[in-house]
Write a protein that binds this ligand. Structure first.
Ligand code: TXA
Ligand code: MG
Length: 323
């Protein structure tokens, strides 16, 4: 049975108790719902991979209530501290060297000498992490390769019976995953565009290469695997018109002729579009299939601000699926 826990003191205590006992608890963050487990326990972390049917080689992000806790597990240089000061709590994940006496399990780090750490925003999330008192490993709370969950209902649709509980803190504010920045090399490298824009990062790091310039062939970060965030209907990008057999994922004024539409942002605002992205993909997928439509046509999204993260997720949703 999967418990649905309210975001109050009793719910938070129960969630922390389950995590400390090696259980799986999904919880809301400002980005998406995470599927949490005690990051210091190989057995607990192994249950995440099993529940998600996720390939073993994917390293997981560890979550902390504050920067001080994060930097007991990850070695922070001056740049990491400045980034943490500016963006934590918030949707930025830093990949840093593991502390020699760190407690994060090898399975959570996928055997790498580095570790991904993040301090999410939100009072319920912080209270849960503080009550748990250990790093919490949490990938998005969906079956591997499927659309990420932006509310507790999405989590339950995919994972009921596979996890112990979901702590329901309502819909996620940002709606796309955290930005992943690797600081282990000579220059900061963006591994995944996300909730903190590269424009904002650049104010502290200087120029960072643009994610649209990346090829999808580099295996550096498994989140960059081409097919990901995939609805069951195929996705067509940068649509200029919409066919009779297509559902429309609109941005701004809608293309004429679509029978089924989810508008990410009628006013053309990328922040609003990010918050509505995963719910929209889920809606068009299920409702489109029910109506016998065969594809999702996605209108163009601007290459600025959270538009980069949205474009990245849509590109993956449109990639050919593994057999
Ligand atoms: O917003 C988020 O980041 C959500 C919420 C739940 O916090 N979590 C999330 O986790 O998206 P996940 O596991 O789906 O994505 C982790 C990303 C992947 O792209 C993974 O490859 C990368 O972080 N990553 C983790 N550890 C890494 C490491 N040591 N080196 C390089 N990339 C790493
Ligand atoms: Mg994910």
């Amino acid at each position: 049975m999967t418990e649905r826990l309210e975001a109050n003191d009793a719910g938070i205590s129960r969630a922390a108790e389950l995590l400390r006992a090696g259980g799986l608890v999904a919880f809301g963050t400002e980005t998406v719902y995470g599927l949490g487990a005690d990051a210091t326990s190989d057995t607990a972390v192994a249950r995440i991979f099993a529940a998600k049917e996720r390939p073993r080689f994917n390293p997981l992000i560890s979550h902390f209530p504050d920067a001080e806790a994060a930097f007991t597990e990850a070695v922070a240089d001056e740049l990491a501290r400045r980034l943490a000061d500016r963006f934590w709590p918030g949707p930025l994940t830093l990949v840093l060297p593991r502390q020699p006496d760190g407690t994060i399990s090898d399975l959570a780090a996928a055997g790498l000498p580095s570790v991904a750490v993040r301090v999410p925003r939100g009072t319920v999330t912080a209270a849960l992490l503080r009550a748990t008192g250990r790093p919490v490993a949490a990938p998005s709370a969906n079956l591997s390769g499927k659309v990420s969950p932006s509310d507790a209902y999405h989590v339950l649709r995919g994972l009921t019976g596979r996890i112990d509980a979901v702590l329901d803190s309502g819909p996620c504010q940002v709606g796309v995953e955290s930005t992943v920045l690797d600081l282990t090399g000579t220059a900061p490298m963006l591994l995944r565009p996300g909730g903190v824009t590269i424009e904002a990062l650049a104010e502290i790091c200087g120029p960072i290469s643009h994610p649209d310039d990346y090829t999808d062939t580099l295996p550096v970060s498994p989140g960059r695997m081409a097919s990901h965030y995939a609805p069951s209907l195929p996705v067509r990008l940068d649509a200029q018109e919409v066919g009779a057999d297509e559902a429309l994922l609109a941005f701004g004024p809608e293309l004429p002729g679509a029978g089924l539409v989810w508008n990410l942002s009628p006013s053309g605002t990328v922040d609003e579009a990010a918050a509505r992205l995963f719910a929209g993909l889920r809606f068009l997928d299920s409702e489109g299939a029910r109506r016998g439509l065969t594809r999702i046509a996605a209108m163009p999204i601007p290459r600025a601000g959270l538009g980069l993260a949205i474009r990245d997720r849509l590109r993956r949703a449109a990639s050919p699926r593994p057999a």
